[in-house]
Design a protein around this ligand. Structure first.
Ligand code: COD
Ligand code: ZN
Ligand code: ZN
Length: 376
């Protein structure tokens, strides 16, 4: 492409400091170095995690930063020794890397690559230098994706080629929200046909859990959210009932236990709060229930609960990006989408030009959107 080998000037949204919404800027994007790829982002969604960085509750972030981790685009150019993609390929950036070499990547039971931000910083490229500058200042990367920039750079561990015919304005959903929730149900919980499920939080991630529970054949799926405006979509996607904790004087876990006898077979927390994590655990069935934590509470949080909840046979586990090894899984998920085997499109509530990113954040904060997609 004509831009290959040159520094690119393009639009991006920069969070200059905690508490400030991403501001539209012109940034410079340097050339990709060895084992790096520069990508033209076509579409990117806004996830609550991006807002967590705005609010300073995501751990170990350096500011100014360009966030965005649900995106899809086209390879613009590649650095030396890149073999996994070529210019022109359609790709999805991976918010959870798969380096293919670390102990986790070599362990078939783990997707928690040791290059993820849980193990080391992803605020700069692996060689500890950045590719973004704005107004003469270095701007940091986020999760090696930074999809709120028209052009972005990522290492080979954080990118995967997808089907040439995939619609980029749709399949960005597989970069986080849909894969995270859907995988929590089918990979982590392994929901069984005829089972009962409760899903706490009916945002894009919780709704994707519902899609997964339904696909797995659950017979009863109870959505839990304080925002009743989320109920219609949850029911459209497979929830059989929806309840709001605000409608009951007793704790919500007691309501769920009464509704189901001994509690649900599978409960999921897709909010990222300590109190709802404990409520989800206490809602799961005595003797055999499984509770899956999907949301990540603010950094430094500690979970406290009565251990007899576990001694009496409940299992508590967590799910990171749906337990997928993303580089292996996403091409298949995208081809399932192309073959109409899964339908996350209903999660896209708003389509906006990239310049309206602030409106996208406002819709998320007001509880009016599920996923807003920003188009470059
Ligand atoms: N009780 C019930 N519902 C609640 C409560 C409450 N006390 N508080 C909020 N809710 C509801 C909101 O009304 C909303 O409908 C829903 O919970 C949350 O939805 P969103 O749209 O804000 O969030 P999502 O679906 O985009 O993301 C949720 C996550 C849990 C993934 C996110 O917040 C998170 O914890 N991210 C970090 C974990 C991670 O890394 N995940 C993968 C990459 S994002
Ligand atoms: Zn996300
Ligand atoms: Zn790895």
């Amino acid at each position: 492409m004509a831009t290959a080998g040159k520094v690119i000037k393009c639009k991006a949204a920069v969070i200059w400091e905690v508490g400030k919404l991403p501001s539209l800027e012109e940034v410079e994007v340097a050339l990709p170095r060895t084992h790096e790829i520069r990508v033209k982002i076509v579409a990117t969604g806004i996830c609550r995690t991006d807002d967590h960085v705005v609010n300073g509750i995501f751990p170990n972030i350096d500011y100014p930063v360009i966030v965005g981790h649900e995106g899809a685009g086209i390879v613009e150019s590649i650095g030396p020794e890149v073999t996994c993609v070529k210019p022109g390929d359609k790709v999805i950036p991976l918010c959870l890397p798969q380096c293919g070499e670390c102990a986790s990547c070599l362990n078939p039971k783990s997707n928690c690559c040791l290059k993820t931000h849980f193990c080391q910083s992803q605020n700069l490229m692996p060689d500890k230098t950045g590719r973004f500058t704005c107004r003469g200042k270095q701007v940091y990367h986020f999760l090696w994706t930074s999809t709120f920039s028209e052009y972005t750079v990522m290492p080979e561990a954080s990118i995967v080629k997808i089907d040439d015919d995939a619609p980029l304005e749709k399949v960005w959903l597989f970069g986080c929200g849909f894969s995270t929730g859907y995988g929590a149900a089918i990979n982590t919980a392994k929901v069984e046909p005829g089972s009962t499920c409760a899903v706490f939080g009916l945002g894009g991630v919780g709704l994707s859990v519902i899609i997964g529970c339904k696909a797995a054949g659950a017979s009863r799926i109870i959505g839990v959210d304080i925002n009743k405006e989320k109920f219609a979509k949850a029911k459209e996607l497979g929830a059989t009932e929806c309840i709001s904790p605000n409608d009951f004087s007793k704790p919500i876990h007691k309501v769920l236990v009464e509704m189901t006898g001994l509690g649900v077979d599978y409960s999921f927390e897709a909010i990222g709060r300590i109190d709802t994590e404990v409520a989800a655990l206490a809602s799961s069935c005595l003797g055999s229930g499984t509770c899956v934590l999907v949301g990540e509470p603010p950094s430094g949080s500690q979970l406290a609960f009565d251990p007899t909840l576990l001694l009496t046979g409940r299992k508590l586990t967590g799910s990171l990006i749906g337990d997928w090894k993303l580089k292996d899984a996403l091409p298949k998920l995208v081809s399932d989408y192309m073959n109409k085997k899964c339908h996350p499109d209903a999660l896209i509530s708003h389509m906006l030009p990239f310049e309206k990113i602030a409106e996208g954040f406002e819709l998320l904060r007001a509880g009016k959107s599920i996923r807003s997609v920003l188009l470059f």
